[in-house]
Structure formats: structure tokens, C-alpha cells
Design a binder for this molecule. Structure first.
Ligand SMILES: *Cc1c(COP(=O)(O)O)cnc(C)c1O
Length: 416
């Protein structure tokens, strides 16, 4: 019956039966490393499932074994996240980077190739460009503005006919909020299909998902998250997640068992709490962001603003936005008049906002990508992507929007 309700209605109940837990309204915290089997036969049967030695029988629940493999809090948070993305299953990880690195090492082996859309999160960029080559994994990059034909040509000429095993994009791209067409990526995956093997398409959906963008509906195989951001939403937990079909998520969970990078029970429990308010937080943050963006757009100290709500009809990004995004979200980047000096003065005088990296939390945050989150991105790429010393990134939280504007105005007045 749960399939007739919206995810926001199910975050308080789906998959949990109070009667099985002394009437507890919320799922208790299962702070256990291991679980007692009722009988040796039960233990044997659980292991058969865990190691894929047999298929689940109709309606069978996976028995609890050991918290690196499964745990009731982890299990429940995975069931609930999957509902938002319309995926069959989800897997939670100890961080967004754990999700990304497990994804890559599940689907790519030495000699394989990764095709990715830039810009990506600074940690992802470093992992792709500095770590993967040392594992003999080739890395090919495209930009949001590149056409299908350009990407195909570049990939084929760089790669001596080898097809990419994984196509990875972050939508919107961080920090310039650029959009890549998921459908075009799907066509790339289809184009590169060879001998029945099609590249896996993964979308980092951290900035808009899982409320405002659903990559699986547009043909992505995996919707990936830093759940540290909107999903966690309170700046008190580090976590990551992947959502997709049971086959792919099963492979990720298998690799996760050996990397040991599952999410711990307490963090899973915190995210169960967070999922209950996910939609209302993201919607209010998006409303606040619109007000702040409208203020910034008119301000003479602002040279340029990156915000999905201001895309022009003439901009090809607008059509992608209308096709695959349900809201402009709550991330804004803007260029302040001047340079690093003005940007720093602004940040140092900004009240209410915390000067911190991360995003998507209840509190508003501000940072300077060129010297902070993206300092490790090559100068050439920073230039190409518009990550310059004037750029300031804001993550808008749940404070009163007019108060946020007052705080920004105060900071501008200190600079100019
Ligand atoms: C933060 C972030 C990550 C990395 O996630 P962690 O939870 O910090 O490991 C990956 N992608 C995006 C878009 C992010 O913002």
C-alpha cells in the first residue's frame, strides 16, 4: 500500500513496525556490532543470502549478521532513501567520497576508462585526476557546454577505441551551478555500448536531490549523494549514498562489505531523523535562496551571479533545467566586484552566515571556492570553469530571508 503515498508521508513509517519494538514510535538506535542467531540453521541461511549463494524467497527479509554487512538502522535508512529517487534499492556509505570511490572501484578495473563531466566537487576532482591514474585508470573529461559529438570524438581519440566503463557527472556542477543533460549522457552510454557492455551512468545528485531532481527517471543508473549535505541537513553527520536497481546496488554493497565503508548505526539513525524534514527544509531553503538571489542580482557590487532561477531563454541550460530540475534549489555563487581582497573582506564581515565549506544545512554557509573547496583544481580548469578569485559560494539555510539579506548588505557596506 506504501506505493500510493508520497515519500514525505512515508518517512515517518515506511519499513518500521512499532509493535515489533515495544511500541517505540521511532526506530531505536541499534548500536550493535553483531547479532545473535536464533539457531545455527538461521545463521547459515543468513550467510547464504549475504554471500549470494541463493536467491531471497518471496517476502524474505535479510537477517542481521554483523554491522559491517547490515544493521537495522542502516537497512531502514536505505529503504527510505530509495523511495525519494524511485530506485529499487539504496546503499549508504561512511561519506560521499566513500560512495564515489566504492562506485569507481566496483565498476572500473585497471586498464578501464572513466568519462566525467567537469566541474566536480574538489575531492572528487582530486580522486579522479590524481588517484585513479596511479591505478592505471584513464580519465577523460568533458564540460557542460560540450556537445554529444565533441564528447564522443574526444573520448574515441583519447582512448584508442576503448569504451568508458563509467560515465560520471555532477548536476548541477559545483560551484558554478552548471547543468548537464542526463538524457544526453544516457545517449553517450548507449553510443559506447560494445559487446553487450554499456557504461554505467552515475549522477552526483547532491545539490538538488532527492527532492528536486530524479536522475533515474532520465536514464541514469545510479543517483549518488553526499548525504552530509541536504539529506543529513544539520551539519552533524558525514554520509554518502547511492540509489539504483537491485543488481547495481547489490554489487556496490558487496564491495562496501570488503572496503568496510558502510554508514555506522548512529549516523544512519541521525539520517532517519533528517529524512522526515527533508522536503520541507529543501523547499523553504529554495524560497529563501530566491529572495537572496533577487537581491544580489540587483546589487551594484555583484558582477555576475550563478543561480538556476535566472537562466535566460536563450541559454541552452534553460531547456535542461526545465526538463530535469523541479526547483532552482538553494545554492548561489556570485562574483563580487574586485578580487580576493574584496571577497575576503565580504566573508569576514558576513553575519548570520557561517564561513565554512559544506552546504545544504539548516544554517546558511559562505565560502571562497578558488582558495577553499576548489584550491586543488588545476589553474587551467579553474579558469575554464569560471572559478576565479571574485567568486563566493553561498548555501542558503532556514534563517529569515530578509535577515540574510540584511547580513549581506552589512558585509557589502564594509567592503565598499
Ligand atoms: C561534499 C560533496 C561530496 C563529498 O561528500 P563527503 O560526504 O564530504 O565525503 C561529493 N559531491 C558533492 C557534490 C559534494 O558537495
Amino acid at each position: 500500500m506504501d506505493n500510493i503515498f508520497h515519500p514525505e508521508s512515508l518517512m515517518m513509517s515506511h519499513g518500521f513496525h512499532a509493535a515489533d519494538h515495544q511500541g517505540a514510535i521511532k526506530c531505536p538506535l541499534f548500536q550493535n556490532s553483531t547479532f545473535a542467531f536464533r539457531t545455527a540453521e538461521a545463521g547459515k541461511s543468513f550467510f547464504e543470502l549475504a554471500y549470494g549463494l541463493r536467491q531471497k524467497v518471496e517476502g524474505e527479509e535479510t537477517g542481521m549478521i554483523y554491522s559491517r554487512l547490515n544493521n537495522p538502522n542502516l537497512d531502514l535508512v536505505e529503504k527510505r532513501l530509495a523511495l525519494w529517487d524511485g530506485g529499487e534499492e539504496a546503499a549508504f556509505f561512511a561519506s560521499g567520497m566513500a560512495a564515489i570511490s566504492t562506485l569507481v572501484f566496483t565498476f572500473l578495473k585497471p586498464g578501464d576508462c572513466l568519462l566525467y563531466g567537469a566541474p566536480v566537487y574538489g575531492g572528487t576532482d582530486h580522486f579522479f585526476n590524481y588517484v585513479l591514474p596511479s591505478f592505471n585508470i584513464d580519465v577523460i573529461k568533458f564540460n557542460a557546454s560540450d556537445s554529444f559529438e565533441t564528447i564522443v570524438k574526444r573520448t574515441e581519440s583519447a582512448n584508442h577505441g576503448k569504451i568508458p566503463g563509467l560515465i560520471y557527472t555532477e548536476i548541477p556542477g559545483n560551484p558554478t551551478i552548471s547543468l548537464v543533460d542526463i538524457d544526453m549522457c544516457k545517449q553517450l552510454a548507449n553510443h559506447f555500448e560494445k559487446d553487450g557492455k554499456r557504461p554505467i551512468l552515475a549522477v552526483d545528485n547532491t545539490f538538488l536531490g532527492p527532492v528536486f531532481q530524479h536522475p533515474l527517471k532520465f536514464g541514469a543508473d545510479i543517483s549518488l549523494y553526499s548525504a552530509t549535505k541536504f539529506i543529513g541537513g544539520h551539519s552533524d553527520v558525514i554520509a554518502g549514498a547511492c540509489v539504483g536497481n537491485s543488481n547495481l546496488i547489490g554489487q556496490l554493497k558487496c564491495m562496501r562489505t570488503f572496503f568496510g565503508c558502510m554508514l555506522d548505526p548512529h549516523s544512519s539513525w541521525l539520517i532517519l531523523r533528517s529524512l522526515e524534514t527533508l522536503k520541507i527544509r529543501m523547499e523553504q531553503q529554495a524560497l529563501n535562496a530566491r529572495k537572496v538571489a533577487e537581491y544580489l542580482q540587483k546589487h551594484p557590487a555583484v558582477d555576475k551571479i550563478h543561480y538556476l532561477g535566472f537562466l535566460k531563454d536563450s541559454d541552452s541550460q534553460k531547456a535542461i533545467f526545465e526538463k530535469q530540475c523541479l526547483s532552482a534549489g538553494s545554492m548561489i555563487s556570485f562574483e563580487i566586484k574586485g578580487g580576493e581582497k574584496e571577497a575576503f573582506l565580504f566573508l569576514n564581515n558576513l553575519k548570520l552566515f557561517k564561513l565554512a565549506v559544506s552546504l545544504g544545512s539548516t544554517e546558511s554557509l559562505a565560502e571562497h571556492p578558488a582558495t577553499m573547496t576548489h584550491v586543488d583544481v588545476s589553474a587551467e580548469d579553474r579558469e575554464m570553469l569560471g572559478i576565479n578569485e571574485k567568486l563566493i559560494r553561498l548555501s542558503i539555510g532556514l534563517e529569515d530571508a530578509d535577515d540574510l539579506i540584511k547580513a549581506i548588505e552589512h558585509a557589502f557596506n564594509k567592503v565598499f
